[in-house]
Design a protein around this ligand. Structure first.
Ligand code: FES
Length: 504
């Protein structure tokens, strides 16, 4: 069983150089996932000079750990959008997301991108009659939103259901192959792509300066396409950060159902889809088991639960892949896309929940239009400066209570191990040594990896993630390797190592 995503295995490796010199461009884009790549492609195609700076590899962040599903509806549910806002808003959400899927489809055809793009139905499934009421509510909301929705009592799935809601003409693809192809197109359009180039510091001004290890990019505009914007921003207080888990299994029957399936479960839902890779091998992907980042000790149990869930419904032959990914949920159920301040030309795209492939594309379309002074019909709807205190209050209070509790948990600080020798091989724990808080991992060979346990974003204490072998911050979702390198999240600075010679 491979501890990586199916998509990463089924796409050629990219090899763009790190930035090695200073550069001036019209637009600097931080992050090489769906949002950054699509924006860079649109802007370079419109004649702007563009530099895309990716800390790791193109598509290697959340895009490469996604479902590969594209749909007009949202995880939040359309009936929730209707009741928080109104049916006009739900209609605009569906129309804007449909346009984003259309943008991907057009590119796939125009540029002949080999990424297994197919139009497929999306289904929300109620296995038990108790869930039918909510399913019917969602059906009516989808119809109000202008979606081609139907109710049915049978599906291609091999287990009994009570009712299903079907929306026609949604889509699926291989997100990594699409991302790699877009990166190549950016270069053809005259843009620059730099991999292994984390941005270490940003000085906003005129122009903005983005400092990296071996060069500085100055730019008139910056797009934060990093899933959650870098640095300290108010928008971080509006979002909840969650991790979700995925497995890809093979079936004995070879009977892989086509389409996107969201099966209602308590307390969350499971997402199911099939995929046949470039070697002709088919897999069933099962995703779910979300929890707040840094809030689950035994996160290996999430995979065990997914395996049990799949085993109870399908004739599973083997579990071949497993991975996890992070998502950010906005306070009012809509993402934050657009300018933080038009005068300064800083743009963000965040709060996509688990709907990021479609929202990422839409965000790139909106932000590109804003930069190019084109009208965009949805820019106002997703404006990050919108003020919806009543629609946001519940989740805003809940998320900030969680952050406050995380701070309180650290005061007085309770170390998980008294001394470093208490930490066993392949175990990570926090320790206080001479009044300083450290995050210490002992690898399988017994070698200690010690870094500061104080998150470099806003000083929460990081927690050990046993499944991903990372240090995760429960406050706003920054994640770090065992050697302290930023993996994702708003932090830009690595967790410092103890001063040389300290007796740890
Ligand atoms: Fe904000 Fe760690 S991510 S304090």
């Amino acid at each position: 069983m491979k501890k990586t995503s199916l998509w990463k295995e089924d796409a050629d490796a990219s090899a763009y150089p790190p930035l090695q010199n200073d550069l001036h461009v019209d637009v600097a884009i931080i992050g090489g996932g769906m949002t950054g790549l699509t924006a860079a492609h649109l802007l370079a195609g419109a004649g702007k000079s563009v530099a895309l700076l990716e800390a790791w590899r193109v598509g290697g962040g959340t895009t490469g750990f996604s479902t590969g599903n594209l749909y007009a509806t949202v995880e939040e549910r359309m009936h929730a959008i209707c009741s928080k806002f109104d049916s006009e808003t739900a209609h605009a959400v569906a129309a804007s997301r449909t346009a984003a899927i259309g943008h991907i489809e057009n590119l796939v055809h125009r540029l002949a991108i080999d990424c297994d793009f197919h139009r497929r139905p999306w289904r929300l499934i109620s296995e038990i009659p108790q869930n039918n009421k909510i399913l019917e509510k969602e059906f009516h909301a989808c119809r109000e939103a202008g979606l081609d929705a139907y109710l049915e009592t049978s599906t291609p799935l091999p287990f009994d259901i009570s009712r299903a809601l079907r929306i026609e003409n949604q889509a699926q693809f291989n997100p990594m192959r699409y991302a790699k192809a877009l990166a190549a197109e950016i270069i053809k359009a005259g843009g620059s792509v730099f991999e292994r180039t984390p941005v270490l510091r940003i000085k906003e001004g005129s122009p903005h300066s983005l400092y990296t290890e071996n060069g500085t990019v100055t730019a008139d505009k910056i797009i934060h396409a990093t899933h959650s914007p870098k640095g300290v921003r108010f928008v971080h207080t509006l979002m909840g950060v969650h991790r979700e888990y995925a497995i890809a299994v093979k079936l004995n029957s070879n009977n892989y159902p086509e389409g996107i399936f969201w099966v209602m479960s308590r307390p969350h839902q499971h997402s199911i889809r099939a995929y046949t890779d470039s070697r002709g091998e088919s897999f069933l992907l099962v995703l779910g088991e979300p929890h707040k980042v840094g809030h689950k000790k035994d996160n290996e149990s999430c995979f065990r639960n997914l395996e049990a869930y799949a085993g109870a419904r399908f004739d599973v032959k083997s579990v071949d892949y497993r991975w996890s990914a992070q998502n950010y949920r906005s306070a009012d159920g809509l993402p934050y896309i657009g300018a933080l301040d038009e005068k300064t030309g800083v743009y963000i795209a965040t709060g996509f929940a688990t709907d990021g492939l479609t929202y990422g594309t839409l965000a790139a379309m909106i932000i590109s239009d804003l930069i190019l002074d084109n009208e965009n019909p949805w820019a106002k709807l997703y404006d990050p400066r919108r003020h919806n205190p009543l629609k946001s209050a519940g989740r805003f209070i809940k998320e900030n209570v969680h952050v406050f509790m995380d701070y309180m948990h650290d005061l007085p600080y309770r170390a998980e191990a008294k001394i470093v020798s208490d930490i066993r091989p392949d175990e990570g724990k926090t320790v206080v040594i001479k009044g300083e808080k450290f995050a210490v991992y002992r690898d399988e060979a017994g070698v200690l990896h010690q870094v500061s346990a104080v998150c470099t974003h806003m000083k929460c204490i990081v927690n050990w993630n046993a499944e991903a072998k990372s240090w995760d911050c429960p406050c706003h979702g920054s994640r770090f390797t065992v050697d302290g390198r930023v993996i994702e999240g708003p932090a830009m600075i690595d967790l410092p190592k103890p001063e040389t010679g300290k007796p740890h």
